[in-house]
Design a protein around this ligand. Structure first.
Ligand code: MN
Length: 321
């Protein structure tokens, strides 16, 4: 069933305008699309006088704190709401524990092909490069305003999910939508530089640690980051500082894998692939999800053992070695 049709968008519009207290959530370890989408929709709803709570369980990564309104994003919801919206999250577990006392969201807006349609109104468009692209297209349908702050947030979502308009997911529509957003005045090079290029000293050193362990077998390259390494470098986040996108650029690498140890018994795995491979299959096999070219999963187990298992399975499922 088509889940992004105009009738559903009209239903969503009605709910946005009826509701007074609105909770907007997105996924754990938020990326630019999670932060940008939450802010884009949240600020647009605030602009028409709604009481909005924006919640990301892991807070806002430092590289997105220049975005207007990012200081309003909380780690836990407080109080009651008459509308809950989940963004950029393929299933409810992706948002973490924040909805434990609230139940399923009423509106789910997302571009992941693996979305489980877990809300009442599911707007899912796998052809969109980012949830922020969908919101840029839908805000006029929702009769919500796109001002400079909203455009900054949504453009950041598109720029980050496409790594600066260069993933295989890019479409003419995404460029048109981005051009539309630029009409509202965002400083594109500034947003691009802040979200994608500038790195903390600690992040650059984390790359060094990961890159020094880079391995290759056939067309697969991989490396790992241990939580003890993050700690000793003083790196504050649990993320990989985007190291996965750097190792994916290695000549001849068809598939890149990053093993990011969260703690002694849990490993976050990221996959990247060149066109022609579908790493979301492998991620799904391990209980994760994502897109054909970029996917992730979290697996219980020790680093060495998980590495072994994931490498074997990736080779087997994608017929690569
Ligand atoms: Mn996204």
């Amino acid at each position: 069933m088509e889940t992004n049709n105009p009738a559903l968008r009209q239903e969503a519009r009605q709910r946005f305008h009826q509701a007074e207290r609105i909770l907007i959530v997105s996924h754990i370890r938020p990326d630019g699309d999670a932060v940008g989408s939450v802010l884009g929709l949240g600020l647009a709803l605030e602009a028409i006088g709604k009481q909005v709570q924006m919640v990301l369980e892991d807070g806002v990564p430092a590289v997105f704190r220049h975005l207007h309104g990012s200081e309003k994003i909380q780690k836990k919801p407080q109080g009651e709401f008459d509308l809950i919206v989940s963004l950029d999250s393929a299933d409810q577990a992706r948002v973490g524990d924040v909805l434990d006392n609230y139940g399923a969201p009423e509106i789910n807006i997302d571009h992941h092909i693996t979305n489980l349609n877990y809300a009442k109104i599911n707007l899912v468009d796998p052809a969109a490069v980012a949830t922020a692209e969908m919101l840029a297209l839908y805000l006029p349908d929702f009769e919500l305003p796109v001002d400079l702050k909203v455009a900054d947030a949504l453009l950041t979502g598109i720029i980050t999910d496409t790594i600066g308009f260069r993933t295989s997911t890019m479409t003419p529509r995404a460029l048109r939508v981005s051009a539309e957003l630029m009409e509202a005045g965002p400083d594109l090079p500034g947003l691009y530089s802040k979200a994608l290029l500038r790195r903390s000293f600690e992040a650059a050193r984390l790359w060094g640690v990961g890159l020094s362990k880079l391995k290759r077998e056939g067309s697969i390259v991989w490396t790992s980051i241990k939580s003890s390494e993050r700690r000793s470098l003083g790196y504050a986040g649990r993320d990989d500082a985007d190291l996965i996108n750097i190792i994916a650029s290695v000549e001849g690498a068809r598939i890149a894998i990053l093993f990011n140890e969260q703690n002694s018994s849990s490993i976050k795995i990221s996959w990247r692939a060149i066109p022609g491979y579908d790493v979301s299959k492998v991620a799904q096999y391990f209980g994760g999800g994502g897109h054909t070219a970029a996917a992730g999963a979290e697996i219980e187990g020790a680093l060495e053992e998980v590495q072994e298992k994931v490498l074997q399975t990736t080779k087997m499922l994608l017929n690569e070695g």
